[in-house]
Unconditional design. Structure first.
Length: 317
């Protein structure tokens, strides 16, 4: 007796395209090479004037029925990804499918999507959950130059409010997380970055955030990245300097406004944490330091956490 083959996990890949022609083919080939999953691709073109759309159409011809190209909103990468998330079938290709985000200039290792599917399959299907991972930082020719740092503390809403851990080019959502994000998109208004906002929404709703210490993405650095790697000592010090100078305050206020609009979707205990974050962002000196203690906010690493306390004291969070 021959047993029926186990169906492969279904994954809808969302790719934001703009001026990505020089590196796009390698990323598309790495998506096609994914093992152990049944993938589909939806790409949003934000008005490219290079060869990117033609490369994408050629890829679609080579993989009939698997690829769709749509016009993006032409408002930048976060808006393009949000439009793609709105367009994604609820639950992926069909009920039970996953949704993955892809940048146009990286290369995925062949088992990336299968690994995410394996991890998410072990979690309750009715609870929002997202998967993300470490990356291998590479130069423009994909020569590895190092690994992204391992976070010393786990992901949480208290962390998501002050720092992003979820790198969008590694992000995979289960169906419950996609439905949550689609509902939040109708409420949120402008957000700082789509991946940071997804981390905040999912952790704020009581969902699971899984960080895989294994690197599954070759993260290409070429000088034109929307957000580049921030792992070098110089880059980390520059980021801390911006926070201490108050340059992150606009981000905090925008995140706060978006999350308060989405408050009905947050778990009750997370709404209390959000109230402390409001005091941290908007309160006077004593209120800010009290909010830091009561809210338990933290950034990854001792120096970064010390800078957060200093910025709270100075009113620059």
């Amino acid at each position: 007796m021959t047993l029926p083959a186990t169906p492969r996990p279904r994954v809808t890949v969302l790719l934001a395209l703009y001026g990505g022609g020089p590196f796009l083919a390698a990323q598309l080939d790495s998506i096609a090479a994914q093992t152990g999953v049944d993938w589909r691709l939806i790409a949003g073109d934000d008005g490219s004037t290079d060869a990117g759309p033609a490369i994408l159409r050629g890829f679609a011809d080579a993989h009939p029925g698997r690829v769709a190209l749509r016009d993006g909103p032409r408002q930048g990468a976060p808006a393009n990804f949000r439009a793609l998330l709105r367009a994604a079938p609820a639950g992926g290709l069909t009920a039970g499918g996953l949704t993955a985000l892809a940048d146009q200039d990286d290369v995925w290792l062949p088992g990336k999507l299968a690994r995410a599917a394996e991890v998410l399959a072990g979690l309750p299907a009715d609870r929002p959950a997202i998967y993300c991972s470490r990356v291998t930082v590479c130069d423009r020719d994909l020569v590895p130059v190092g690994l992204s740092r391992l976070p010393p503390r786990p992901p949480s809403f208290r962390h998501a409010l002050v720092q992003n851990l979820v790198q969008g080019n590694t992000l995979v959502l289960n169906p419950a997380a996609l439905r949550l994000v689609q509902a939040a998109d109708l409420m949120a208004g402008p957000v700082v970055m789509h991946d940071w906002w997804i981390y905040q929404i999912v952790s704020g709703a009581g969902g699971r955030v899984v960080y895989d210490p294994e690197p599954w993405v070759m993260y290409r650095q070429h000088g034109g990245n929307v957000v580049g790697a921030n792992d070098g000592a110089g880059a980390r010090l520059a980021s801390l300097g911006r926070m201490l100078r108050g340059e992150h305050r606009g981000w905090s206020r925008q995140n706060l406004a978006a999350l308060e609009r989405c408050a009905p979707l947050l778990a009750p205990d997370k709404r209390r944490v959000l109230a402390e974050f409001r005091r941290l962002v908007q309160g006077g000196p004593a209120a800010r330091l009290s909010a830091m203690r009561r809210g338990g906010f933290y950034r990854q690493g001792g120096l970064s956490q010390a800078a957060l306390w200093a910025a709270a004291a100075l009113g620059r969070v």
